[in-house]
Write a protein that binds this ligand. Structure first.
Ligand SMILES: Cc1cc2nc3c(=O)[nH]c(=O)nc-3n(C[C@H](O)[C@H](O)[C@H](O)COP(=O)(O)O)c2cc1C
Length: 374
């Protein structure tokens, strides 16, 4: 009986680094492209996040750390005073709601797009940077429409410390902006992943070649973030199974396992793993051993990717995950934890309004309460 009681569920409280959280339902980072060209969050963005403050933790949409890191139309940044002021509105709105709901933590997801940026986003129209000068397949979505990806410029060895510094400054700015912590976006083929993958990274210095060398950049960034926040307010998101944008490569399991092993010394708040996703044209390598990563990691494991409530519940009960991050379900259901708790029906997300636009498909999805009273 006592053992039964100790078995965690999706709805039992948990510890996430420095924080106690009321349940295990996390809002996954979701780029919604509704700031402006200057990357400054607005009151509309504050309203959207406030609506979702009953999540155990909100992980913000990916947020550019520097002018060099920019590469997405109308996505926010954390490198100008105006952006920090904009984010203050968001974090204050989330925290205000939290007083009532005993939750409402928000971490900033830190983003450098590396070669998936485009010269039209870069200062003086320069080439975007990466680990190596290898062009990714596909197109960049620019202010002038879709344009083919370009061959990036490989960072000089001495420049890598500057990029780590960009992360450090953004992490400091996140603190000034009132966030509760930061998550390193090391998933999805962006700059950190461009260092991890041996199809993207052909360097011959200390940042390329062996697994130990390819993980070095990510470890240095996590070290910088931990110096600012303490490891227990830093998370990392990885997606070892994603193979688009040259993010795949060989020895994926070994690389991910070594990375996670090396991350253990920071006592991070969590390891967030995008395990699977079905997007058009984006495939996952099928044989990634996510549970091996869970076993290697010495902190909480946050699972993500096509989870339903039932699947999340099972994973937590079976000890396969400590938290589950939900993406698309949170787009359409601002009160997702309440709906899951009550076994209530879910609103369906509208893919047409995911990326850019106004309040429609952003802040106008009804809560259960609103749906019941209309
Ligand atoms: C519209 C949209 C925007 C996304 N933006 C981000 C992002 O900024 N950062 C990130 O790490 N993942 C991003 N993702 C991936 C989600 O966080 C999540 O990993 C993915 O949707 C799988 O979870 P789900 O099946 O619960 O939606 C995005 C996904 C969608 C649908």
């Amino acid at each position: 009986m006592a053992i039964e009681k100790l078995r965690p569920s999706l709805f039992s409280p948990g510890i996430l680094g420095r924080y106690e959280i009321p349940h295990r339902i996390v809002m996954s980072p979701l780029t919604r492209a509704r700031t402006n060209r200057a990357g400054i969050p607005s009151t509309l963005n504050a309203e959207y996040y406030q609506q979702r403050a009953s999540s155990a933790l909100i992980i913000s949409e990916a947020t550019h750390i520097s002018a060099q890191g920019v590469g997405w139309v109308d996505a926010p940044g954390l490198f100008t005073p105006e952006q920090v002021a904009g984010w203050k509105k968001v974090t204050a709105a989330v925290h205000k709601k939290a007083v009532h709901e005993k939750s409402g933590l928000i971490f900033a997801q830190l983003w450098h797009m590396g070669k998936l940026s485009h010269p039209s986003f870069q200062p003086n129209g320069e080439l975007p940077v990466s680990s190596s000068a290898i062009k990714a397949d596909g197109e960049a979505n620019t202010y002038d429409g879709a344009q083919p990806n370009v061959t990036p410029r490989a960072l000089e060895t001495h420049e890598i410390a500057d990029v780590v510094e960009q992360y450090r400054i953004a992490a400091r700015n996140a603190m000034d902006a009132g966030f509760d912590g930061v998550e390193l976006h090391a998933a999805g083929g962006y700059l950190p992943a461009q260092f991890l993958s041996d199809s993207s990274n052909k360097r011959t210095d200390a940042y390329g070649g062996s697994i130990e060398n390819r993980i070095r950049f990510v470890i240095e960034v996590v070290e910088a973030l931990s110096e600012i926040w303490g490891g227990d307010r830093v998370g990392i998101k990885i997606s070892p199974g994603i193979s688009f944008s040259d993010a795949g490569g060989s020895n994926i399991n070994e690389t991910a396992a070594r990375l996670v092993e090396r991350l253990n010394r920071f006592d991070l708040a969590y390891l967030h793993v995008l395990e699977r996703i079905k997007f058009p044209g984006q495939s996952m390598v099928p044989d990634v051993d996510h549970q091996a990563l869970r076993k290697i990691f010495n902190g909480p494991y946050m699972a993500n990717g096509n989870y339903t409530k039932e699947k999340a519940q099972r994973s937590i009960e079976d000890g396969k995950a400590d938290f589950v991050a939900f993406g698309r379900p949170f787009i359409a259901n601002p009160d997702l934890p309440q709906r899951y708790r009550k076994n209530a029906p879910l609103n369906e997300p509208d893919g047409e309004t995911f990326n850019g636009g106004d309040h429609r498909g952003y802040t106008d999805y009804p809560t259960l309460e609103a749906a019941l009273t209309t």
